[in-house]
Ligand binder design. Sequence first.
Ligand code: G3H
Length: 254
Amino acid sequence: MRKNLVAGNWKMNMTLQDGLALVSEITNMVQDEVTGSAVEVVICPPFPFLASIGKQLPTGGQFHLGAQNCHQKESGAFTGEVSAKMLQSVGAEYVILGHSERRQYFREDDELLSQKLKAALAAGLKPIFCVGESLETREADETFDYISKQLKDGLFHLSNEEFDQVVIAYEPIWAIGTGKTATSAQAQEVHAFIREQIARAYDAEAALSTTILYGGSANAQNARELFSQPDVDGGLIGGAALKSRDFTEIIKSF
Ligand SMILES: O=C[C@H](O)COP(=O)(O)O
């Protein structure tokens, strides 16, 4: 179901104590300040903090817990890994998959991501599936072909019912952590293209009901302009999700 959504990806930052303090500040600020329209907020801390952060989130409301990754198998001898079912058992509702940092530093390819998607969905988690082009790809004018391939190979193998659970995040790699945000027109152009691809792979209804987030140096200053685009339903936020005031401003940007 399409909705306004802001997800904070803490990446490998914070201690548990810092994280608890941050969440308490954010939930207080959001509750104190009336937000414009309904927005779902997903907090994605590192694995060790999930249970504690989850307990600190107000229940039954707009706050939800998400993880940053999961293993593709349900259980077994995979030392150091974390399964989707484990995440679900500590209260996670979402899991980020296919983030460009996972693709780049951990060599996660479309085949592996397809398996992870299946594992997440089987455990009842909602995947936030990331796609996005490098600067080189954009400059070679190959952005649309690249995104289309990522969607086809990584995501469009899902059934209609499975796809219904997925949130897509468009994150141009050149904008992540660089302070160089895509313009709202650039974001809108790719988001509209993604919706077109969904309509082709599934149907028009699926295209219209998919939540598509923008990620890449989104902040309190540019969020309103980005979120005002017709096909931008919210953001996957990195750096600015680590600061309570900035993150709260972003949540209020609809
Ligand atoms: O998952 C979040 C994105 O990678 C964006 O990170 P950023 O907001 O620090 O650019």
